[in-house]
Every structure is written in C-alpha cells, then in structure tokens.
Design a binder for this molecule. Structure first.
Ligand code: AMP
Length: 213
C-alpha cells in the first residue's frame, strides 16, 4: 500500500510517517530528509537544494523527481509512506508515471490540516535529531535530556528553515502550489482530510482507521 501524507509545513506529516513506518513494515520517503542528508554530506544535490530550502522555496521538480526515482528503484518494502512528496502537480504527474512503469499506484492521499498561527508556534519550537531525524517539540514533546535525542542519543538541532520568516514563506508556497494537489488527486482518489490540531495520537488513530477500512 502506498500512502501520500500531505499538508502544510508543521502539520505533523513527518511524525505520523515515523509512527506508521514503526508499526508497518513500510518505507518512509521524506524528500526533506533526503535533501538534508545530501546537505550534510555536501553533495552536488545538497548544494543545489540548500539555497531553495534556506529561502523556504521548493527545490525544482527535476531534482526532486530524480531523487524519487532513485528511491523507488531501490525500495524493497511492500509499501511506502510519501512524506512531503509530491508537492507540485508536476511532481504528482512524474510520480504517477514512474509508479505506472512499476505496475504500482497510490492507494491513499491524506491531507493533515493546520492553521498558520499554530504552524508558526509548532515549528519555532521544533527540534530534530541530526542522526535519526526523530522530531521533538520544546513545548509538548521535549527530550528527556536537553539537546539530546531520546531514541539514539544524537544531537538535536533547530532546522535553519524553522524561523518565522521562512516558515511564513513555506506556508505561502504550500497555499500557492501544494494545495492544488487536492484537485489533482480528487480526479482519481478520495482525498482524506484530518484536523492536525487533534494532536499526534488522535491524528495517528484517524490515519490507522482510514487505512484499515
Ligand atoms: P520538509 O522537511 O518536508 O519540511 O521539507 C523542507 C524543505 O525541503 C522544503 O521547504 C523545500 O524547500 C524542500 N523540499 C522537500 N520536499 C520537497 C519537494 N517534494 N519538492 C520541492 N522541495 C521540497
């Protein structure tokens, strides 16, 4: 089963994708995580992606689709959670094309919704593990030891794009480009919308209910 988790930045896509992959034997494909790994390793893709990420803009579709094709070619798992990909109609068309070539398809399209004020509050308090990408929030999910990941002991950091001006830009990009995916997928799928203010556990239960139907 292949699931797209979409929604504005900070809506909890990454957290839900992690929860789902820990319970199902699925792959978690987060283009954001892939780009951050490239940036850490100082690869040409990382260099290219960094300037867009720092400005809260989208990495060009051709770069994103190359990374996605590479991931799909190597994936061995029976299902995939797509987290933050696709983000444009061009990426959605590209993904459909590749999946088609592998006689595969998207089964669920889920949007987690959250208002901008809540997004800013959540993201400015977000901390991420440098090593395993586990996500914390200083307000409602602080690590046991400040600055240290509970899961792997890695160092926690604040993403350079989790500052208020960049968050506002990312939200504008979401409204301008990614929200349009709802109309794209509505033609072929039922779109599920979940209220992201419900909190991590309830959102997770909603998703599990949907995919077990
Ligand atoms: P995320 O970790 O999903 O919040 O992504 C962080 C940043 O990486 C985004 O603000 C974009 O600059 C870039 N990015 C991640 N995924 C994509 C994508 N599918 N298309 C374009 N840019 C992306």
């Amino acid at each position: 089963m292949n699931i797209i988790l979409s929604g504005p930045p900070g809506s909890g896509k990454g957290t839900q994708a992690e929860l789902l992959t820990s319970q199902l034997n699925y792959a978690h494909f987060s283009t954001g995580n892939v780009f951050r790994d490239h940036i850490t390793r100082k690869t040409p893709i990382g260099e290219q992606a960094q300037k867009y990420i720092n400005q809260g803009k989208l990495v060009p579709d051709d770069v994103v689709l190359d990374v996605a094709k590479d991931f799909l070619a190597h994936n061995q798992k029976p299902g995939i959670i797509f987290d933050g990909f696709p983000r444009t109609i061009g990426q959605a068309q590209g993904l459909d094309k590749v999946l088609n070539e592998w006689q595969n398809k998207i089964d669920f399209v889920i949007f987690i919704e959250l208002p901008e004020t809540e997004i800013i509050k959540r993201l400015t308090a977000r901390r991420t593990c440098l090593t395993c990408h586990a996500i914390y929030n200083l307000d409602f999910k602080p690590p046991r030891k400040p600055g240290i990941c509970d899961v792997c002991g890695g160092k926690l950091y604040q993403r350079s794009d989790d500052t208020e001006p960049v968050i506002k830009q990312r939200f504008m990009v979401y409204e301008g480009q990614t929200r349009a995916l709802k109309d794209y997928y509505k033609k072929t799928h039922h779109i599920y919308e979940i209220d992201g203010t419900l909190g991590k556990d309830q959102v997770f239960q909603e998703i599990v209910k949907l995919i077990k139907k």
